[in-house]
Design a protein around this ligand. Sequence first.
Ligand code: NAP
Length: 299
Amino acid sequence: MIDVAIIGGGPAGLTAGIYCMRGGAKTRLFEEMFVGGQIVKTHRVDNYPGFSNGPDGFELGAAFETHAKKLGLEIDYAPVVKLELTEDRKTVFLPDKTIEAKAVILCMGAAPRPLGIEREEDFVGGGLSYCATCDGAFYKGKTAAVIGGGDTAVSDAIYLSALCKKVYLIHRRDELRASEALRRAAFERPNIEFIWDTVVEKLEGEKSLSGLLLRNKRTLETRTLEVDGVFVAVGIVPRTELVRDLLELTAEGFIKTDVNMETSVKGVFAAGDIRNTPLRQVITACADGAVAATRAMEL
Ligand code: NAP
């Protein structure tokens, strides 16, 4: 039996790990792929206090990992395939073993939301991507479009504008949801063109994407926009597959927590993007992880 099992190695999970190690708790973090979470796909993190030069997300994630490992955090790179979570018993199932823990902290984060239109899956890797920093380099000197109006879409457009000849930002309204700082930075880029009040009706192309059929929501006019690539940034979906039937979730599917990050099951905590939170940033994920770890160690 260990004290704390942390599921997911993004900023929330790694911070929880740091606090647990400093608190002397027998802790293990489970990560199915690589640690760092969604920030490893971010080219600049400009709002993490103390880092005024805006480190790239990969560097910041690596710094969190180094810190946690230096304190002795053990990371199991294995997928958690099932969880059994009751007040009396918490079991983490891995492909080849099970682990019992006094407390569990869920930090699985969120994944990009698909656009939900025909042939979307067919074009993944053939002109359609959900990660500008991962795939942006393929469009160097070319024309790309970003769909969405939030922080992700606007920071993706800014990142791509340094690589691409032209970047279109296609948003379904006439006002961006993104923060003022990002909006300002995007409006200053001469090669970003904003296409307002517009939705993508169809992805065009044979094997790879060649264009987008757009519809203006006000005029209802349609037109084809030729692009070499499109980046979909229309929000996130929480990665709650393992706990959907075990914990209380919001209507949008995020895990409900109290101020201690405790979920509807005693001893089970959630931290970061996976939980119902008014702000999803690196700093709030870290703060959630710190609170959850501190409370988990009190059990
Ligand atoms: P988001 O804030 O939920 O924004 C999603 C955007 O996509 C919205 O503009 C939305 O339009 C649009 N959208 C949603 N569904 C659509 C559809 N089917 N078709 C067309 N457009 C659609 O998601 P996000 O930008 O990925 O950000 C997720 C969270 O991470 C946020 O809390 C954000 O603040 C945070 N984040 C922070 C940073 C940063 O601090 N630098 C960077 C990235 C993400 P409407 O505006 O009309 O709803």
